[in-house]
Design a protein. Sequence first.
Length: 311
Amino acid sequence: MTTQTATAPRAGDSQAVSHKIQDNKAKKVDPAFIWMLVPAALVFTVLLTIPLLTGVFYTFTNFKGYGDWHFVGLTNYKNLFSDDIIWGSYLFTFKYSIVASILTNIIALGLALILNSKMKARTFFRGVFFVPYILPVLVVSYIFSYLFTNNLPQIGQALGWEWLSTSLLANEDLAWLAIVVVGVWQAVAYNTIIYLAGLQTVPDEIYEASAIDGAGPVRRLWSMTLPLIIPYLGINMVLSFKNFLGVFDQIVALTSGGPGTATQSISYLIFKNGFQGGEYAYQTANGVIYFLIVVLLSFAQLRFTQSQERV
């Protein structure tokens, strides 16, 4: 009579088997993933990486965009810091971006609060307020250019306001405000949608409890709504500030950088002098500095917003 004894598998053997299975899974890569990745990587490299590296290379030369060139080292970067036109464009761009970002987020938050309330035809008004965002920037800018040049001066003359009796676009001190109006008018729509998404994440029970405690609308907004939508506020501030730093289309359609160089943004200056003024290498160096500044500012904004979320 024979007896069979079952031997329990050892822990070491089971671990070895599991490691082999994991190794086999790790080694098996579906070729379809590679074939889908390679075209995207090639397009990214050819259209973005190579032009970027080529542009950075030319910043160390005196290349005009055509003809021969020679190495000049860091001369282009040194000249940037002593160029009054460059400093003027940075001053205008940052002044415009800061004012436009603040106004855009204040107006967008106010509209979001209204559109999030229990009002009639709420869906209809949400669609109406989003229309400016889908309109072409150049078309909108040309329409506002006509208003600033023809309609507003007539209103200013009728009211006896000297500062509004002539075109704002021809006023060296006020032309930048006209560009702010156009930029804010079109940017508010997108920011309003983000704020609406944030407001809909706030539980109604919080407002009901605060109403029982006697908190007014301002108190609820400041102590409850804003702290709960800080992530959305941070996203809007970063996106709007970054977008306004790249202002270009409004400048082309409204002022072309004028009067003089009063409304010459960094992007417009790089385009105008880099591609039309024979300063390709010099303005490319300006673009590199500009890119680094935008990245650093965006990173700083995100860190600040994240710190406020943890408070």
